[in-house]
Design a protein around this ligand. Structure first.
Ligand code: MN
Ligand code: MN
Length: 462
C-alpha cells in the first residue's frame, strides 16, 4: 500500500462542501431566499415568533389544545408570552418512548431603551439605552438603527413598533468622534471605545416654539410620538423597545456564497429548525422544536429555557397520553441548535485551526462549550456524539467539529446545559458565523443548508 492510500484510509480532514458537492450550491441558494426573508421580518424575538406562526399556520399547524387528542402527523404549536414558541409534529411512536427536541434561540444582541429614556441636552434629544447581550459597543456607533418593540398604552392597546425598516422611514443612530479630535479617545481600550453610557441614540433636534418652556426639543419629540402612537413620556415605562441595525439581509461576495445580516446568531438555526419541523410529515418520535428567548443574557426568565416552560410543555404532552413524564424524559434526546465561531483568517490567533469550523465545510457539531477548563460547559458524551454523527453521515450531511475559540482565549455557552440539566442527552449543532454578535454577521449558504439537512435527518431517524 502506498503512503497516500494509507493516509486516505487512516487520516481525516473535513471536505469543502462546494468542492465535494457543487450541486448543493443552487439548493442552498434557494433555501436561503426564505431565510433572508425570515431575517427581515424577524428582528426581535417577538417578531420571530410572529413570523414563525405565519409560516406554521400556512403549513397547517394549529394552536395546541392540551385537552385534545392528536394522531401521528398532527401539527401544533404553543406560544409562550409572545417571545418563545414550542412546535410539535406527533410521531408514530407514543410520546412515552421519548421525544426529539431541537432548540434554537431568537433573541440577539441589541440596544434596549431604559425605562425613562428620553432626554434633551444642548438642544439635541436622545434615548438612553442599556445594551442586551454580549456586544462590542464600538460597533454600534454610526450605523443606522431601527426602532422595534411594543408599548402597552394606558387604554390597554398594544402598539407595535418597527420604525426604520420601510422605505421613507427615518432611522436613528449613536454618534462617535471624528478622527481629528479623537486623540484622547484613541487611548482608551477597545472595549471602552464607546462606553455603555455613551450608547445614546439621536432622536431629534427641532424645538417646539414657545419661549416660556424648558426642553423645547424634547417637547417636540413628545408631541410627534403622541401624534404617531398616542403615547406620553410615562408610557415608556410600559414598553419594551429595542434598537437594532436598520439594514436588510444581503448576499455577500461576488459569488453570493454568503449571507450578511443582523441577528443570524441564532435566527439562522431557528429558521433551519423551523423548516425541518414544518417539512417532517410522519416522524417516528414526537418533535418539539423550541425557538426560545433570553439565551444571550443567560436563558433566565420565563421565556428562556432555564425556566420550566419547556419541561411543563413536555409534561402536558405526557399527560395527554397518560404517560409519566419521567419515562418521556428518559427516552428523549436533543439538539441545541446554535451557531459557533467560524475560523477567521484575519484573526487566526484566537482559534485552534485543527478544532475550528470553516465556512462552507458544513454544519458544526460542538461537543462542548464553556470557558477556561470547560467551566460552565455542556460536554456531550462520546455515545451521543456517535449517535448524532451517524445520523448526519447516513443522510449525507456535510458536518465538521468546532469549539468556541482556542483554550483560555474566551468561550461561551448555549441552551445545551439547561437541557442537559433536565437529564436529556444534548449536543450543540449549528452554523459557523464570522463577526458574531456584530451588527452584520456573516454565514455561508452551504452551511445553512447542511444544518437544515442535519435537523431534518434528526427528526426522521427511527
Ligand atoms: Mn447563539
Ligand atoms: Mn450569541
Amino acid at each position: 500500500m502506498t503512503g497516500k492510500e494509507l493516509q486516505k484510509q487512516l487520516a481525516w480532514k473535513f471536505p469543502n462542501a462546494a468542492e465535494e458537492k457543487p450541486e448543493q450550491i443552487p439548493l442552498a441558494e434557494e433555501f436561503c431566499r426564505g431565510y433572508k426573508d425570515f431575517l427581515d421580518h424577524g428582528k426581535t424575538e417577538r417578531e420571530c415568533v410572529s413570523a414563525a406562526v405565519d409560516l406554521l399556520e400556512k403549513a397547517g399547524y394549529h394552536e395546541i389544545d392540551f385537552a385534545g387528542t392528536y394522531a401521528p402527523g398532527d401539527k401544533v404549536y404553543k406560544v409562550n408570552r409572545g417571545k418563545s414558541i414550542l412546535i410539535t409534529t406527533f410521531g408514530w411512536q407514543p410520546v412515552k418512548k421519548g421525544i426529539r427536541i431541537n432548540g434554537a434561540h431568537i433573541d440577539s444582541p441589541r440596544l434596549d431603551l431604559k425605562p425613562n429614556p428620553l432626554y434633551e441636552k444642548e438642544e439635541m434629544v436622545y434615548f438612553k439605552t442599556h445594551y442586551y447581550g454580549g456586544l462590542r459597543k464600538y460597533q454600534w456607533a454610526t450605523i443606522p438603527l431601527a426602532m422595534h418593540g411594543v408599548i402597552i398604552r394606558k387604554d390597554g392597546e398594544k402598539i407595535e413598533l418597527d420604525l426604520g425598516e420601510h422605505p421613507g422611514d427615518p432611522v436613528f443612530c449613536v454618534t462617535d468622534l471624528l478622527p481629528h479630535l479623537s486623540a484622547e479617545q484613541n487611548e482608551r481600550k477597545l472595549k471602552e471605545g464607546i462606553k455603555g453610557e455613551e450608547l445614546n441614540i439621536v432622536t431629534g433636534s427641532i424645538p417646539y416654539v414657545d419661549a416660556e418652556i424648558k426642553e423645547p426639543v424634547k417637547l417636540k419629540i413628545l408631541e410627534l410620538l403622541h401624534e404617531r402612537y398616542g403615547i406620553t413620556e410615562r408610557d415608556f415605562m410600559r414598553a419594551e423597545i429595542e434598537f437594532v441595525p436598520a439594514c436588510k439581509a444581503s448576499d455577500v461576495g461576488f459569488d453570493r456564497s454568503m449571507v450578511g445580516a443582523y441577528g443570524q446568531d441564532d435566527r439562522v438555526c431557528a429558521y433551519a429548525a423551523l423548516m425541518a419541523e414544518i417539512e417532517c410529515q410522519l416522524p417516528p418520535y414526537t418533535t418539539v422544536t423550541v425557538l426560545t428567548d433570553k439565551e444571550e443574557i443567560g436563558s433566565q426568565g420565563n421565556t428562556g429555557v432555564d425556566s420550566n416552560y419547556l419541561y411543563d410543555y413536555i409534561g402536558y404532552l405526557a399527560d395527554m397520553e397518560g404517560a409519566d413524564i419521567k419515562d418521556v424524559i428518559a427516552g428523549t434526546c436533543c439538539l441545541s441548535a446554535d451557531v459557533n465561531v467560524a475560523y477567521d483568517p484575519t484573526f487566526a490567533q484566537v482559534s485552534d485551526p485543527r478544532n475550528s469550523c470553516y465556512m462552507n465545510h458544513g454544519c458544526v457539531l460542538t461537543k462542548y462549550t464553556g470557558s477556561r477548563g470547560k467551566s460552565g460547559a455542556s460536554d456531550a458524551s462520546a455515545e451521543y456524539m456517535a449517535k448524532v454523527i451517524d445520523i448526519m453521515e447516513e443522510a449525507g450531511v456535510f458536518w465538521q467539529i468546532g469549539e468556541i475559540g482556542a483554550v483560555d482565549v474566551g468561550g461561551g455557552g448555549t441552551i445545551a446545559k439547561f437541557i442537559a440539566n433536565l437529564n436529556i442527552d444534548v449536543v450543540d449543532l449549528g452554523v459557523p458565523v464570522l463577526s458574531m454578535h456584530s451588527p452584520f454577521e456573516l454565514t455561508a449558504k452551504l452551511d445553512i443548508y447542511n444544518t437544515y439537512k442535519a435537523f431534518a435527518a434528526f427528526y426522521g431517524k427511527e
